[in-house]
Design a protein around this ligand. Structure first.
Ligand code: COA
Length: 367
C-alpha cells in the first residue's frame, strides 16, 4: 500500500493589510481589546480583482514548484473553502483550468475551517487506495466578502489568504500516518451564513437583514473549540500508538491565540511546540493550517522526520486532527517549471471556450 507524503507546499496572501486600528474606525472596538481577546493584530484583505481561485492558483503553483511536479501530472485537485467562488461550479475546477492540470479530476470539499484537514485526509486516502498518485490540496479564502463590517463580534477575526499542499505516493514509509474527522450538526447554527443557499435563497429581505453575512455565537464556538482540540490530537496520536512526547510540532487552525493556549494546557504541552501566526493573518479558515506550515518551513523550524499534528475545528460543527511524519520533496531527476504551464493553460482554456462557442453555433443551425 503506498504512503501519502506531503512533498510540496505554498501560500499566498494579498498585500493589503487591515490593522486593528483600521477596524476601530469601522466599529466600536480597539486594538487592545482585539489583541487581548484574540491575539490578532492585523489581517490581509483581498483586492477587488482577487478571488479564491486566483489566490489558490498562486499557492498551488508554489506548492508544485517545491514538489518539482508538473500540473499535468496531477490526478486529483481538492479545493476547500468557506468562501468559495460560486455555489457551483467548484473552485477546484477553476484552479484546475488555470494551472493547466489537464489530467486531474477536481472538486470542492466543504467542512468550514476544518476543511484543510478533511481534504488532506481524503487526498491521502485516495493515494493509499492506489487509485491516484499525485494530489493537490488547496485551502483558499476571501472571507472578507462574507463578513459584516458593521458586526464587531465577527469582523475583527477573519482574514484572506490561500495555502496548498502537494501529496504524492511513495513506497517509502512516512507522510500522513493517521487522521480523525468529526462532525456535530446540532451546532450548525453556531457559525453560519444563513441565506444564499436553497434553504433561504436570496431575496430583498435576506439582503436587507444582512443574512448573507457570517453569523457566529462566539462564546459557544470558543467553548466547543477548547473542548475538542486537545481530544482530537490525542485521538489521532493514539491511532498510531504515539503520545504528545513523540511530537515535535502541533500546527493548529489559527482562530484565536487563547483557544490555542487552552488546547496546549489541556494537552500539557509547552506553547512553543505550537506554530502560531494568528497575530499577522487573523483566521484565514481553510488556509490557516497550510499558511502556518509554510511559514514554519521557511523559518527552518520543521525538519525531515519530524512528527507533526495538524488540528482544526470550525463550522458544521466540524473538527479533526492528523498525524504526519514530515518528509519533503521526493527525489526526482528531471526539473520542471510549473509556472510556465500557466501560459499554456490560459491558451488552452481560450481555445476550448472558442471550440465550445463554434460547436454551439453550428448545433443551433442544425436544430
Ligand atoms: C469572539 C470572541 C473574541 C469574543 O470574546 P469574548 O471574550 O467571548 O467576549 P464576549 O463576547 O463575552 O464580549 C465581552 C464584552 O466585549 C464586548 N465586545 C464584543 N466584541 C467586541 C469588540 N470587537 N470590541 C470591543 N468590545 C467587544 C461585548 O459586547 C461584551 O460587552 P458586555 O460585557 O458589555 O456585554 C471569542 O468569543 C472568540 O474568539 N470565540 C471563538 C470565535 C472563533 O474562533 N470563530 C471561528 C471558529 S473557526
Amino acid at each position: 500500500m503506498p504512503f501519502a507524503h506531503i512533498t510540496g507546499w505554498g501560500m499566498y496572501v494579498p498585500e493589503p493589510i487591515l490593522t486593528n486600528d483600521d477596524i476601530s474606525k469601522l466599529v466600536d472596538t480597539n486594538d487592545q481589546w482585539i489583541r487581548e481577546r484574540t491575539g490578532i493584530r492585523e489581517r490581509h484583505i483581498a483586492r477587488e480583482n482577487e478571488f479564491p481561485s486566483t489566490m489558490g492558483v498562486e499557492a498551488a503553483i508554489k506548492a508544485l514548484q517545491v514538489a518539482n511536479l508538473a500540473p499535468t501530472d496531477l490526478d486529483l485537485i481538492i479545493c476547500t473553502s468557506s468562501s468559495p467562488e460560486y455555489i457551483f461550479p467548484a473552485t477546484a475546477c477553476i484552479i484546475q483550468d488555470q494551472i493547466g492540470a489537464t489530467k486531474a479530476g477536481a472538486f470542492d470539499l466543504q467542512a468550514a475551517c476544518t476543511g484543510f484537514i478533511f481534504a488532506t485526509n481524503m487526498g491521502a486516502q485516495a493515494i493509499r487506495s492506489g487509485s491516484v498518485k499525485n494530489v493537490l490540496i488547496v485551502g483558499t479564502e476571501v472571507l472578507s466578502r462574507f463578513v459584516n463590517w458593521k458586526d464587531r463580534n465577527t469582523c475583527i477575526l477573519f482574514g484572506d489568504g490561500a495555502g496548498a499542499f502537494v501529496l504524492q505516493a511513495s513506497e517509502e514509509p512516512g507522510g500522513v500516518m493517521s487522521a480523525v474527522m468529526h462532525s456535530d450538526g446540532s451546532g450548525a447554527d453556531s457559525l453560519i451564513i444563513p441565506a444564499g443557499g436553497s434553504h433561504h435563497p436570496a431575496t430583498e429581505a435576506t439582503l436587507r437583514e444582512g443574512r448573507h453575512f457570517m453569523q457566529m455565537d462566539g462564546k459557544e464556538v470558543f467553548r466547543f473549540a477548547t473542548r475538542v482540540m486537545g481530544r482530537a490530537v490525542t485521538e489521532a496520536l493514539e491511532q498510531v500508538k504515539m503520545t504528545t512526547d513523540d511530537v515535535q510540532w502541533i500546527i493548529p487552525h489559527q482562530a484565536n491565540y487563547r483557544i490555542i493556549e487552552t488546547a496546549a494546557k489541556h494537552l500539557k504541552m509547552p506553547l512553543d511546540k505550537f506554530v502560531i501566526n494568528v497575530e499577522r493573518y487573523g483566521n484565514t479558515s481553510t488556509a490557516s493550517i497550510p499558511i502556518a506550515t509554510v511559514e514554519a518551513l521557511q523559518a527552518s523550524r520543521i525538519k525531515p522526520k519530524d512528527k507533526i499534528v495538524f488540528v482544526g475545528f470550525g463550522g458544521g460543527l466540524t473538527w479533526g486532527a492528523m498525524v504526519v511524519e514530515w518528509t519533503g520533496p521526493l527525489p526526482v531527476k528531471k526539473h520542471v517549471h510549473p509556472a510556465q504551464y500557466r501560459l499554456f493553460a490560459r491558451l488552452r482554456s481560450f481555445v476550448r471556450r472558442a471550440i465550445r462557442f463554434i460547436e454551439g453555433f453550428f448545433s443551433r443551425k442544425e436544430l
